[in-house]
Ligand binder design. Structure first.
Ligand code: NAD
Ligand code: UDP
Length: 331
């Protein structure tokens, strides 16, 4: 199939482009590079040893997206493009609502115009809010605590309503848990701008000596050791989950958790990183981070049952691959 990958130069998108190319699909990337670099396109082609087509466009512009559909027969879309920094979304809500929601609506509209019925959307476990773990797809969504989370919940709703009104439409809403790690080549991975917000890139930068020590946000949660619990998933497993979702897409709206189903505490992750890489990660315990929940992990059984997909890579590989990328990566 010819797949349009919006946000394909980003962290999850780039790994997914490789998985798509390896599965025999053709890839057209649309990315405005607001949080990624052009060199990523070359790296994707080098790793997969295949060509991709690249459009440097903003996917919230219908005019720009139309050009792609005029030039290519698009069979399906994987829509990753979006802004994703939770804290920034509180400071600049309009940027988040505009970018993330308008881009979803523009793509849906262009799909309608050109009769493209297959769409896979990047949602997030954040839509479950403070539900009881493990999170199951059938749960009612609870209000999220920030505009970023709202853009995911609203986009899910928009795509669901469109699919209900249009029986030919096939939509997969993928709720990711915590993607970490990097491609095994060490050539691509997560390279956030500035000081990382997320745990794994913070840990790798402490290990590299770029940051002095990790600050662990709270050790008084009702969890195994008091630190926050998350469901970390290797980004390559996540990428393969997208190929499975796309290849098994049928009419209607389908919601899948993409996680491992296993919760890991911050301290457990730090220990695993130290063990996997024989390197020390200094840390201190500080206050809880506002807005954090104690535990977040998936019931991952639906994706296994319906897509035949399950995460294969363990925490040690996630830590090893994240560190391998950090060591090679130069800003
Ligand atoms: P990323 O920032 O690395 O990739 C997003 C890409 O989209 C970037 O290359 C950026 O330049 C591009 N982009 C943003 N707005 C655009 C626009 N209007 N037009 C064209 N390109 C645009 O982020 P990621 O971690 O790869 O996340 C991909 C998707 O998955 C996002 O929608 C994100 O919200 C979602 N998600 C990420 C996580 C996570 O922890 N990384 C978790 C759940 C959901
Ligand atoms: N965390 C931490 N120190 C950091 C970054 C994160 O202790 O510098 C904790 C955070 O409180 C949470 C877990 O690590 O319990 C995962 O945080 P991340 O921001 O990576 O993901 P999210 O909270 O969005 O699931």
């Amino acid at each position: 199939m010819n797949i349009l990958v919006t946000g394909g130069a980003g962290y999850i998108g780039s790994h997914t482009c490789i998985a798509l190319l390896e599965a025999g699909h053709s890839v057209i990337i649309a990315d405005n590079l607001c949080n990624s670099k052009r060199e990523m396109i070359g790296k994707i082609m080098d790793i997969a040893d295949k060509e991709v087509t690249f459009y440097e466009i903003d996917v919230s512009s219908a005019e720009a997206v139309n050009i792609i559909f005029e030039n290519y027969k698009v069979d399906g879309i994987i829509h990753f493009a979006g802004l994703k920094a939770v804290g920034e979304s509180v400071e600049k809500p309009l940027n988040y609502y505009y970018n993330n929601i308008v881009s979803t609506m523009v793509l849906a509209k262009v799909c309608q115009k050109y009769g493209v019925n297959r769409l896979v959307f990047s949602s997030s476990a954040t839509v479950y809010g403070n539900n009881k773990v493990p999170f199951v797809e059938t749960m009612d969504l609870l209000p999220t605590t920030n505009p970023y989370g709202e853009t995911k919940a609203i986009s899910e709703r928009i795509l669901t309503d469109i699919a209900i009104a249009n029986p030919a439409y096939s939509v997969s809403l993928l709720r990711y848990f915590n993607p970490v790690g990097a491609h095994e080549s060490g050539l691509i991975g997560e390279a956030p701008n500035g000081i990382p917000n997320n745990l794994m890139p913070y840990v790798t930068q402490v290990a590299k000596g770029k940051l002095e020590k990790l600050r662990i946000f709270g050790n008084d949660y009702p969890t195994v050791d008091g630190t926050g619990v998350r469901d970390y998933i290797h980004v390559v497993d996540l990428a393969e989950g997208h190929v499975a979702a796309l290849e098994n897409l049928t009419e209607g709206v389908h919601v899948y958790n993409l996680g491992t189903g296993k919760g890991t505490s911050v301290l457990e992750l730090v220990k695993a990183f130290e063990e996997a890489n024989a390197i020390e990660v200094p840390y201190e315990i500080v206050d809880r981070r506002p807005g954090d929940i104690a535990s977040c992990y998936a019931d991952a059984s639906k994706a296994k049952r319906e897509l035949g997909w399950t995460a294969k890579r363990d925490l040690l590989s996630m830590c090893r691959d994240a560190w391998q990328f950090e060591k090679k990566y130069k800003e």
